[in-house]
Design a protein around this ligand. Structure first.
Ligand SMILES: Cc1cc2nc3c(=O)[nH]c(=O)nc-3n(C[C@H](O)[C@H](O)[C@H](O)COP(=O)(O)OP(=O)(O)OC[C@H]3O[C@@H](n4cnc5c(N)ncnc54)[C@H](O)[C@@H]3O)c2cc1C
Ligand code: HEM
Length: 391
């Protein structure tokens, strides 16, 4: 079934995103279908890319030269996102942003049809007898809805697909962390709390998300806090080998961490590691505004060495009395801080009923913090985090 044929089976778009007629059933069928072939995920991915590069050879140049490293990235993301098609209203803003951001890869609308065909071909090939008409229809329906929303996002944006950014400063804070300042010639229209994907000359075509750590500035400089992860292709190169005058590309802004929040509500910010960067941008924006709510920031790591910009945050708080910074370490090594896991320490202070809560960090840290806060009585609509990031 083609993408367009699948769309015929969906209800009319509402608010820009088609609603599947039987979304829960579709998601259940897709999950069961993928669970059967997941042990062969690597082979499925190879088949997917082989079909894609045969039916649309021009797409090969969109992907990294070394596909051994990158092979499963798009397919993994696709399968993850397609399984969320029963949450269209939540998914819609993310898909619009993702589609807009995909312009940085030189993706054009006809590529969506090819990717859909390759996806179904790869899953069918490894499903054997489990590939029924209903399974095929479910995958096609879900893919068409996701792809349609991404194309809408892409079509609706006539701004640049990316911005060139020159590295103007590279400060290595310790062996695995650096603050890298870049400058664009045009403003990048991001909102504090959002993230961007970046490509550096050290790692062509390997795009990674980084979060600006400052609100937009008049001189168009943006600070990124980068931590090198073990075996990381891009983060390690950025921390160790970035040079002033390197030219990066920045993709379109993504994320809704601080969007649609009342300006006057008190804020609880919970950050793990470089997850503090987008929250630092929010603080920057609040400092510029005339009236600010009261803000409590809990900044956590395993030891005080993980709290790489604690001194800077404390200095910022000393000039901005509406902000309280509490370091949290598992070994209690941060002077004046609390000992324990972020989730435990934050919930020990209650349910934070009068606060909006922004959580930022690794997927594991976000999961544990949000689930503990819900148990402690914080309501879901108080809490914001970037739930759809698929890195
Ligand atoms: C919304 C969002 C915002 C982000 N903002 C920032 C930021 O401001 N600063 C920053 O430094 N990073 C940030 N990241 C993480 C960043 O995008 C990369 O994932 C990270 O730098 C690793 O990329 P890599 O190429 O070095 O690792 P890869 O080569 O992609 O992966 C190498 C190994 O590291 C593991 N790995 C991947 N990511 C992580 C991680 N975050 N922690 C531990 N292990 C990991 C992989 O599973 C793999 O085993 C953000 C990620 C997301 C989703
Ligand atoms: C429903 C459709 C799609 C979804 C949900 C999707 C999602 C994603 C996500 C989440 C990523 C990783 C994040 C990133 O690097 O930006 C990614 C990477 C990528 N996507 Fe897509 N994508 C879709 C369609 C397409 C199409 C049609 C193309 C064109 C061929 C494409 C090309 C790429 C490329 C080149 C990458 C980076 C390379 C890689 O890491 O695999 N995507 N996609």
């Amino acid at each position: 079934m083609t993408v367009n044929a699948a769309l015929d089976g969906a209800d009319e778009p509402q608010d820009g995103v088609a609603q599947p007629r039987d979304a829960e059933r579709i998601v259940r069928i897709i999950r069961e279908s993928f669970a059967k072939i997941e042990p062969q995920a690597e082979a499925v991915a190879q088949h997917f890319y082989a079909v894609l590069f045969t039916i649309a050879p021009e797409t090969r140049n969109l992907f990294p030269a070394n596909m051994q490293v990158q092979r499963s990235r798009l397919l993994r993301a696709l399968v993850h996102i397609v399984q969320m098609v029963d949450r269209p209203q939540e998914l819609k803003p993310f898909l619009h942003q993702l589609g807009r951001d995909h312009r940085k890869f030189d993706v054009v609308n006809r590529h969506y049809e090819s990717v859909g065909t390759a996806l179904l071909a790869a899953i069918k090939h490894y499903s054997g007898d489990a590939w029924t008409e209903e399974v095929e229809w479910s995958w096609a329906e879900a893919y068409a809805i996701i792809a349609g929303a991404m194309q809408q996002g892409s079509d609706a944006d006539d701004g640049p697909a990316w911005w060139h950014a020159r590295v103007v400063e590279h400060i290595k804070l310790d062996w695995d962390t650096a603050v890298i300042r870049v400058q664009t010639s045009e403003p990048v229209p991001y909102f504090p709390g959002q993230y961007l994907s970046i490509e550096s000359p050290q790692r062509p075509r390997l795009w990674r998300y980084l979060s600006p750590a400052n609100a937009p500035r008049e001189d168009n400089t943006i600070d990124f806090h980068v931590r090198a992860v073990d075996g990381g292709w891009v983060s390690r190169a950025l921390v160790s080998h970035s040079n002033a005058e390197d030219v990066w590309r920045l993709g379109s802004p993504l994320g809704n961490l601080w969007a649609n929040r009342a300006a006057d509500r008190d804020l609880l910010l919970v950050a793990g590691g470089t997850g503090v960067a987008p929250l630092r941008a929010v603080l920057d924006e609040l400092a510029r505004r005339g009236s600010r709510p009261s803000v409590q920031l809990f900044f956590g790591g395993r030891t005080d060495e993980d709290l790489y910009n604690l001194d800077e945050l404390r200095s910022f708080a000393s000039h901005n009395p509406w902000l309280t910074v509490t370091p949290v370490t598992e070994d209690g090594s941060a002077a004046g801080g609390e000992k324990g896991l972020l989730a435990d320490v934050v919930t020990a202070h209650g349910a934070w009923r009068d606060h909006d809560v922004l959580v930022s960090g690794s997927p594991g840290m976000i999961r544990s913090t949000v689930s503990r806060m819900l148990v402690a009585g914080t309501t879901f609509d108080q809490i914001s985090y970037d739930s759809f990031s698929t890195d």
